[in-house]
Ligand binder design. Structure first.
Ligand SMILES: [Zn+2]
Length: 387
């Protein structure tokens, strides 16, 4: 069975199916992030109820805690967290380089030493020293046991000079070659095969992006992941970055955008350019701060009008967050009550908001999938934009 089946294409936007040993993913799809083997505050059953199809966990975090030997006992992070469906892990490369806030990232990057061998870094938990190499990333991801795993790369963003970026770019190709070799070796003894995605770097530089994609295609990775800070920011910059390679993306391989941001507009722009899946931590992070996604029918469109601050609701507002949303939160609770939970820092607030935001994302993606199959993707985008 092929990893990816293309069902229909409208322009470069595509609807398809990713086949994994733990089930199918209908694409385009949003993949919720379960950094520490938990999508924060949400149970696996609730993830299913919101229409989620897969979970992405972070190699860096699970390697540090609970550690590889603990996860090995559970036969992977999915059985550990009791998620039965398809799974992804990232390579750890991004977290090693830039963890959390820009300030922390700056401090941390000064604590990371990159050599040809790999990245030496200090744990954000206890300051202990670790070496992460392409081989080790593959070995950790083998134990974490996700269906889809990522090659180990060195992110280019935040590297000061063009010279340093070029260095990192070339090193990433060597690291991806080593990732591919170790992954090939590890698959021989696995019951459930893992699909390795090669990471395409190069930000908005068309020459670098194309060279990176050519390299990933030459090594014949089963899937393609698009990385870099240009993917996680402004929709126009994301579009510019993807425009450099959109015409060369193969129809037979799935394409994942790592940490895609930019709200609904960023998603539409990425899907328009052939992205099949993406992960994003801000969906649940924003929920926990009280930022709720709005459907066009609720007066939310795109251009930063797609969300509402729960603190601005009236205390006696009896209406649900959204008049059209079918999530558990909207079917059950009033805006006034959810506001009350947030005002008093009650944990249930962040939980209900997370359920709503994840459900919103999955509803948007389902609408996009249906639209592509009916050749109405452009129409859907225009409608979302207008409202
Ligand atoms: Zn809702």
């Amino acid at each position: 069975m092929n990893l990816f089946t293309l069902k229909h294409q409208e322009g470069f936007a595509r609807a398809g199916i990713i086949h994994t040993p733990h089930g199918e993913i209908q694409t385009p799809a949003f993949i919720p992030v379960g950094t520490q083997a938990t999508v924060k505050t949400v149970t696996p059953q609730e993830l299913l109820d919101t229409g989620s199809q897969a979970v992405l966990a972070n190699t860096y975090h699970l390697y540090l805690s609970p550690g590889v030997e603990t996860i090995r006992e559970y036969h992977g992070f999915a059985p550990f967290m009791k998620w039965d469906g398809p799974t992804f892990t990232d390579s750890g490369g991004y977290q090693v380089a830039f963890l959390w806030t820009p300030k922390e990232a700056k401090e941390r990057s000064s604590q990371v030493t990159i050599t040809e061998e790999g990245a030496v870094f200090r744990s954000h938990i206890d300051g202990s020293k670790h070496l992460l190499t392409p081989e080790k990333s593959m070995e950790i991801q083998d134990v974490l046991s996700a269906d889809i795993i990522m090659a180990f790369d060195q992110p280019l963003s935040q590297l000061s000079t063009r010279e340093k970026q070029k260095d990192a770019f070339e090193r990433t190709m060597r690291w991806e070659t080593r990732s591919h070799a170790r992954w090939t070796e590890l698959q021989k003894t696995r019951e459930h095969k893992q699909a390795l995605y090669g990471v395409v770097q190069g930000e908005t530089d068309p020459i670098l992006r194309r060279a990176s994609l050519d390299f990933v295609l030459r090594l014949d990775f089963p899937g393609i992941a698009i990385g870099g800070s240009t993917i996680g920011s402004d929709p126009q910059i994301t579009a510019d970055a993807l425009d450099t390679i959109v015409e060369s993306l193969p129809s037979g391989k799935p394409v994942h955008a790592l940490g895609l941001g930019g709200g609904p507009e960023g998603i539409f722009e990425a899907v328009k350019r052939g992205v099949d899946t993406f992960d994003n931590t801000s969906v649940t992070r924003m929920a926990r701060t009280g930022l709720l996604f709005l459907f066009p029918e609720d007066g939310g469109g795109i251009h930063n009008k797609f969300r509402s601050d729960v603190h601005k609701f009236s205390p006696t507002d009896m209406a649900p967050i959204s008049s059209v949303c079918t999530c558990m939160t909207c079917k059950t609770f009033s805006r006034g009550y959810i506001r009350h939970l947030f005002v008093n820092n009650e944990l249930l607030g962040g939980r209900l908001a997370s359920i709503h935001n994840i459900h919103y994302m999955n509803t948007l993606m389902e609408a996009i999938r249906t639209a592509i199959l009916q050749e109405k993707f452009t129409h859907l985008y225009d409608n979302w934009l207008k409202k």
